[in-house]
Design a protein around this ligand. Sequence first.
Ligand SMILES: [Zn+2]
Length: 499
Amino acid sequence: MSDSSAGVTRRSFLQTTGAVAAGAPLLGSTLAREAVARLGPQMDGGAPGAGTLLVKNIHTLVTMDEDRREIRDGALFVRDNVIEAVGATNELPATADDVLDLKGRYLVTPGLINTHHHFYQVLTRVIKPDGTLFPWLKTLYPIWAGMTSGDIYLSAQLAAAELMLSGCTTSSDHLYILPNDSSIDDEIGALADIGMRFTAVRGSMSIGESDGGLPPDSVVEREPDILKDSQRLIETYHDNSRHSMVRVALGPCSPFTISEGLMRDSAALAREYEGVRLHTHLAENQDDIAYSRERYGMRPGEWTESVDWLAGDVWHAHTVWLNDEEIGMFARAGVGAAHCPCSNMRLASGAAPIRKMRDAGVKVGLGVDGSASNDTSNLIQEARQAMLLARVREIDVSGMTAREALEIATLGGAQVLGRDDIGHLAPGMSADFVAYDTLANDWVGAHADPVAAVILCHTDSVSFSFINGRKVVDEGRITTVDYDVLAKQTRDAAIRLSS
Ligand SMILES: [Zn+2]
């Protein structure tokens, strides 16, 4: 499909969902700026999501606050996009502009936070289903090279819809391949339109096969272009204010796709702006470790230090093969980790030492990783797999408790993304929370501990979700897009891409 026909796909989708007015230009950056601008009034207390909201008669309210309070017959009182009060229903105001009565049936937790993803990979699921990392990547790079701006928009929105239905209210995305007319603007616009809180990671690859890297030369970018576009994105979209809906991070892809110079230059650029963080893949499998040793003569931990990435504004995906010394280095420096258990199992990469990392004080969040190596974007299921894998690794149930899995998925994710306004429910926090049905058929017999049931039972979706005070999932259905239309258009794009 040509670029112009991709534009038609995107235009028709946007018009179907009412996301953009007819006649609006199709340039990704223009659309994205408009979409982000529409979020502005909400952040300032205007419509939508303005006024007060009372959520009452919550079966159990899991706050994840300092005392890890779990409040029976709980309630939340929200003003605009911020939580004003948390407590028992009989302690909070009796009414509000909007009232959601959960009738003692639904359990509420903070919204889950996804710290690592590649949204575009929803277009290429189950390709090379039995490959390990490097052969899997080499199969996929040429397919991804065919993506357009419209593909990036659709896939980002579809991945976000899957995440929202599975309880996620904030996600990051690491987009490191930008072929044809695509740009990071496309996914920023997609996420603003669907209403998800977002950290957009401007990914990059600069070392192709001819220079000893893994990707074909055709999909790598020139480093000056990467840095120039990174600066443009930061200055256009990055909002470091409390409750912001969009932040930008910089993310050279991995040790085997970029130069050390790009790592250092990206770090220096990010640190010129408040709250711009750094993200990459690290120590994912044994091939990755071998590449670092061979090319740089260092283990991954030493390498991060050598390129100025051993710092509290950095988070790494995977960290499966960190040794004890590296765990200590990361804890002391405040480096975060995005733990991606499904992807690590799917690609037979290994089981990350999460118990050791948490005990040492490393910040750990969860990531579903790209949908080509998971092959889903279900964050509740990811939390369940994190708990199970940790117990298998340690051969000990204390490898991870059910409540700890929920904590990593909420509070842990907020710490990794450097946010103190999300991840737990307390006055002054962003109004991001989700509700699970304790009477779901999959929870029959789980009444003894409904909080543990979120992780231990088959829980794959939420009944209600609020992001920034706005109801984005209502009785299990997304309110901000037509999910069936979105799925059809994304399916069509995926078929075209792989044909
Ligand atoms: Zn990844």
